[in-house]
Write a protein that binds this ligand. Structure first.
Ligand code: SF4
Length: 366
């Protein structure tokens, strides 16, 4: 497939593409140019991108002057990196990923396919009526992706709609509409922008940017302190890892959120405590978070209080960080009971099962 020739407007929309770097090189732009008065407009736009991330967690593209829009992206990255605030890095990458998502929804197919193939390494194929031949219904979808690529990402979603049995699969491909396809890779776009930011060396700022960066750092509120009911050293490592990710402002995958919320509910934390903790999350929305936490805590809907996922499930999702103290527990809630119980006779379900087996073996010997 011949790569599309991209115009400056495309690059302004997707400034993380390799072609954007090439554009800067061809035009001879360098960091030194930022101190020129001509660049004030770029600095202003870069600052507004960061402020949008701080205050609104969303921003939109301004394509009336695509070159300013394009240049403002690396300048905004530089500003965020220079603040040294991990929390702001996460918020900015999330905000930019939401912007990209919205654009991809209306993007021309060839460019979507190119972005998926070159940036995300997913062999996405645009669905056409001719290519699908006479097979009825398939041409109603927008894209298809290889089954393995789908499965790798869909395991992060717990809703029934993402289960493979509820998808249309044909000849090794899963068929999707644009909206679902973009939802599927939401975290990857965020991760890609975050990786760019993390890999960026802390720049030596031109003088005219120092005050702006200080201002942005001052406006970016520090994440609220986590109020803990149980001492953190009593939590199992999978839970403390999820907490540490939240502390850094990282976007937790769905199953890690489910683990954290169910565990903290089981540990007796209040709904408000848990919601406050999620305030660090770059995509925090209090109304949605309250609904989800109350649902998990059994205060809504069917009033079922959810139990944390089993250790086996967490292993499957590569979210088990087992330490010797985990022993052979089956569920993270058993970690505290087994290790910290004041009653030395307290046993976990796993231990009880083991005990029964031993008992049976003894009876047989006798
Ligand atoms: S063994 Fe269980 S409790 Fe321990 S880290 Fe793994 S998932 Fe968490």
């Amino acid at each position: 497939m011949i790569p599309l020739k991209l115009g400056v407007e495309d690059l302004a929309k997707y400034p993380f593409l390799e072609e954007a770097g090439e554009y800067f090189r061809q035009r001879g732009f360098s960091l030194n140019d930022i101190s020129q008065p001509d660049f004030d407009i770029v600095i202003e736009r870069a600052k507004s991108r960061v402020l949008d991330a701080i205050y609104h967690r969303e921003t939109s593209s301004r394509l009336s002057d695509p070159e300013v829009e394009l240049l403002s992206f690396p300048v905004a990255l530089m500003m965020v990196k220079s603040t040294g605030l991990d929390h702001l890095v996460s918020r900015f990458s999330h905000t930019e990923s939401v912007r990209v998502e919205k654009l991809l929804e209306d993007e021309r197919e060839e460019l979507v396919v190119q972005i998926f193939r070159h940036i995300l390494k997913i062999n996405l194929v645009a669905v056409t009526a001719e290519a699908e031949g006479g097979e009825s219904g398939l041409h109603a979808f927008d894209y298809k992706i290889p089954l393995m690529d789908y499965l790798k990402r869909a395991t992060h979603f717990h809703q029934l709609e993402w289960k493979l049995v509820n998808r249309v699969v044909s000849q090794g491909y899963v068929y999707l509409r644009t909206h679902d396809m973009i939802r599927l890779i939401r975290q990857e776009i965020d991760g890609m922008i975050r990786a760019r930011l993390n890999a960026l060396p802390v720049p030596r700022l031109p003088e005219n940017l120092e005050a702006t960066v200080k201002d942005l750092a001052a406006r970016s509120p520090p994440p609220p302190k986590i109020v803990s009911v149980i001492a953190p050293d009593k939590y199992p490592p999978c839970v403390t890892t999820a907490q540490a990710m939240l502390e850094k402002g990282e976007n937790l995958p769905h199953y890690a959120r489910f683990l954290l919320t169910t565990y903290l509910v089981a540990a007796g934390r209040t709904v408000d405590d848990i919601i406050q903790m999620y305030g660090r999350s770059p995509d925090f929305n209090e109304r949605i978070t309250r609904y989800q936490v109350e649902h998990i805590a059994g205060l809504r809907g069917g009033r079922v209080k959810y139990r944390p996922p089993s250790c086996r499930t967490l292993v499957t999702h590569s979210f088990c960080f087992k330490v010797p103290e985990c022993g052979d527990i089956l569920n993270p809630v058993q970690f505290g009971i087994k290790r910290f119980s004041k009653n030395p006779t307290t046993t976990t379900t796993a231990e009880k099962e083991k005990g029964k087996e031993k008992g049976k073996a003894r009876t047989k010997k006798q």
